[in-house]
Design a protein around this ligand. Structure first.
Ligand SMILES: NC(=O)c1ccc[n+]([C@@H]2O[C@H](COP(=O)([O-])OP(=O)(O)OC[C@H]3O[C@@H](n4cnc5c(N)ncnc54)[C@H](O)[C@@H]3O)[C@@H](O)[C@H]2O)c1
Length: 381
């Protein structure tokens, strides 16, 4: 019997996440063959040679890799600013695309990418959000759908990174779009996932009424110069009346914590209320202690396997995806609005086209001044 066909994938980016992805692609995906990898960073070829099967070709140039790597699909795990051009280039070369979040940190570029994807309907496009591929989140979604929790009226999330003494993300902040975009996009997505935000809308384009955000530089003061914070709080009021609140942080001392509370009228479900690394409790002179997961890569380790398996099944069997580019777009708009709200100190409302109205205090004052002037003229003053 002929061996079952495998999806031939090339991986772009061998950074923190890319190295995890490379090992999963090479050793933990029975339906995928990793044919090529690419990273522009010196030393990447050595890492690939030492850690991946010899059949995997290394490229230092992404275009060369996409054209000559022998792949029919790519996984983009490069720096965020490169995602949009690489996605478009891959579609032009007729490759299926899976790309880490976010598509882009700005809404206009995201729309351009979605238009490009729509022009290639025969090609698959997946931007996976880790929590949707986590088994506890999936089980909670099933409880929501079968009505166990009652009417879901709110979701509260917290996503707090372990404090990093190197402050790596401070310089990263300039390109990442800020904490609400870089980190919060997962929280916004999971809120939308549980709150069924399109249900009962007369205008399905307008899914959000308003957002408001605030934040602090509790430890990393330098974030201020990038319009960013190390602890941020966001509130989103959806057009169907549901509410999402989120606390995003980078200053926790014990490890990484990612928790979601789904509030229903019959039950609340809390996922990851204690982000333990395992089920061991130490009992000693300090009391009862458990160890916390160090980072999101470990807390959601299975997600990075499950999403790739879904992508392979989608290309090989035309099986449905569970996360759509539209979700990345909707979450991206909300994150851009939250980051703007934090930077300006103003709530951000959404218009009838579903776009955030990104005003500054100055523009609002000018508009009020203008309308007062108009009113005065009308009143003959
Ligand atoms: N849970 C998640 O969904 C999740 C978690 C972490 C990171 N991410 C996303 O994954 C992406 C990568 O994150 P990371 O932490 O691994 O970043 P990183 O900075 O550690 O790695 C990025 C790598 O991309 C390489 N690179 C940049 N431009 C390139 C190009 N044009 N061609 C080839 N290689 C290129 C860099 O040399 C670097 O090695 C980011 O967009 C991030 O937002 C998603």
């Amino acid at each position: 019997m002929a061996p079952a066909p495998k999806l031939r994938i090339a991986l772009l980016g061998l950074g923190r996440l890319g190295q995890i992805r490379a090992r999963i692609l090479a050793f933990q995906q029975p339906r995928i063959e990793l044919v090529a990898v690419c990273d522009t960073k010196p030393g990447s070829a050595d890492w690939a040679a030492a850690n991946l099967p010899p059949s995997v070709k290394y490229f230092a140039d992404s275009e060369d890799c996409m054209k000559n790597g022998g792949a029919e699909a790519i996984l983009i795990s490069t720096a965020t600013a490169t995602h949009a051009p690489l996605i478009c280039q891959a579609f032009d070369l007729n490759l299926h695309v899976m790309c880490e979040k976010p598509i882009s940190v700005d809404v206009i570029t995201t729309v351009e990418v979605l238009e490009k994807a729509a022009s290639k309907p025969h090609l698959k496009f997946l931007v996976p959000f880790s929590r949707r591929y986590d088994e506890s989140y999936r089980a909670t979604k099933a409880m929501v759908e079968n009505g166990n929790l009652g009417n879901i009226h709110a979701v509260e999330t917290a996503c707090i990174d372990q404090q990093d003494p190197t402050g790596f993300f401070v310089t990263f902040s300039e390109q990442s779009g800020g904490i609400f975009m870089d980190m919060g996009v997962h929280d916004i997505d999971i809120g939308r996932y549980f709150l069924n935000v399109k249900d009962g809308l007369t205008n399905p384009r307008k899914q959000v009424i308003r957002v408001i955000a605030m934040g602090q530089q509790a430890v990393y003061g330098d974030l201020k110069k990038f319009g960013d914070c190390d602890n941020g709080w966001g509130m989103v009021e959806f057009a169907n009346g549901k509410v999402l609140t989120t606390h995003l942080g980078r200053t926790l001392r014990n490890g990484y914590e990612g928790a979601t509370r789904v509030c229903g009228t019959k039950q609340h479900a809390i996922i990851g209320g204690n982000s333990n690394i395992n089920r061991i409790e130490i009992r000693d002179e300090y009391g009862v202690r458990t160890a916390t997961t160090p980072d999101a890569f470990m807390l959601y380790d299975k997600s990075f396997i499950n999403d790739l398996a879904e992508f392979a099944a989608s290309v090989l069997d035309d099986a449905p995806l569970t996360c759509y580019p539209e979700d990345a777009y909707e979450a991206g708009k909300i994150c851009a609005a939250l980051q703007h709200s934090f930077r300006t100190g103003m709530p951000v409302y959404f218009d009838e086209a579903g776009l955030p109205i990104l005003q500054t205090l100055k523009s609002v004052v000018q508009a009020i001044g203008h309308s007062n002037g108009v009113e005065n003229e009308v009143n003959g003053h």
